[in-house]
Ligand binder design. Structure first.
Ligand code: V07
Length: 250
């Protein structure tokens, strides 16, 4: 049913918009290769598309858009590519800051931020400061993020708190666990309602392992630089035609 779903007759319903959408922006390297360009040209094009999709999501009334920008595993790529990727947030904000302000979008970053180069970190921090009073959509960059690392760090923090007698082992429940994950800043919006992965790959790749427990997933065949506002609309329509049960029967 899900895979044969034809949404051409269906319309977007504005009262069932997923509150939190997470996207794995895959296919930038392949997009470049298809055109005989270097991988970094694909990353640059992908960066421009972040603006388009963020504004569209904001217009639809999405409350949180999480974008998987750099995983803890991406350090294993060639140094030249890693260096290029580390500069993309600088380019991004130097070009798109006015658009973010105009659309009342608030920027945050979740990930092991300490490990990224100082100048990039400072630019991200400044963007977070400059947009902190914006009341619209939260644009959350998962930057140097890994799902297992997130869970491991939470576990260590909890172990330390038990050791410090902040609470007993038995007191640890899902709420306390979530308070120690990197997404705790998102409060009740921490868990995505919809995960989209572009470029036809059907894996989670260590993204938000805890938070994706009940998330609906849509795998779109388009490469990220080609992923359009219409694609986002179609993927949200797919979400709206799913039956979310959270393990219950109803
Ligand atoms: C990156 C462009 C999108 C496709 C995926 C790979 C390349 C935007 C950012 C970014 C990150 C943090 C931030 C502001 C912008 C970014 C990386 C890669 C590493 F605060 N796009 N983009 N960061 N790509």
């Amino acid at each position: 049913m899900v895979d044969t779903f034809d949404d051409s007759d269906y319309q977007l319903s504005m009262d069932n918009i997923p509150k939190h959408i997470a996207i794995i922006m895959d296919g930038n390297g392949r997009w470049a290769k298809k055109r005989g360009l270097q991988r970094i040209a694909g990353h640059k094009e992908g960066m421009n598309n972040v603006k388009t999709i963020a504004i569209t999501a904001s217009d639809f009334g999405v409350k949180v858009l999480t974008l998987y920008a750099f995983s803890t595993e991406n350090w294993g790529r060639p140094t030249s590519e890693v260096n290029f990727l580390m500069r993309l947030p600088i380019d991004f904000f130097s070009v798109f800051m006015p658009d973010l302000m105009k659309n009342n979008i608030k920027v945050i970053a979740t990930g092991l931020i300490e490990k990224i180069p100082k100048n990039t970190r400072q630019i991200i921090q400044r963007a977070m400061d400059d947009t902190k009073d914006n009341t619209g959509m939260i644009l959350n960059f998962a930057f140097n993020y890994g799902g297992r690392a997130d869970i491991l760090e939470a576990t260590k923090a909890l172990a330390q708190k038990v050791k410090d007698n902040e609470f007993s082992v038995d007191a640890i429940d899902e709420k306390i666990f979530e308070d120690n994950l990197l997404t705790n800043v998102l409060g009740e919006l921490a868990d995505p309602d919809l995960l989209i992965r572009t470029s036809g790959e059907t894996r989670i790749s260590n993204f938000m392992l805890w938070q994706l427990a009940y998330t609906e997933m849509v795998f779109n065949d388009n490469l990220w630089p080609d992923y359009s506002s219409e694609d986002l609309e179609h993927d949200i329509i797919k979400y709206q035609n799913r039956d979310r049960r959270f393990g219950k029967l109803n």
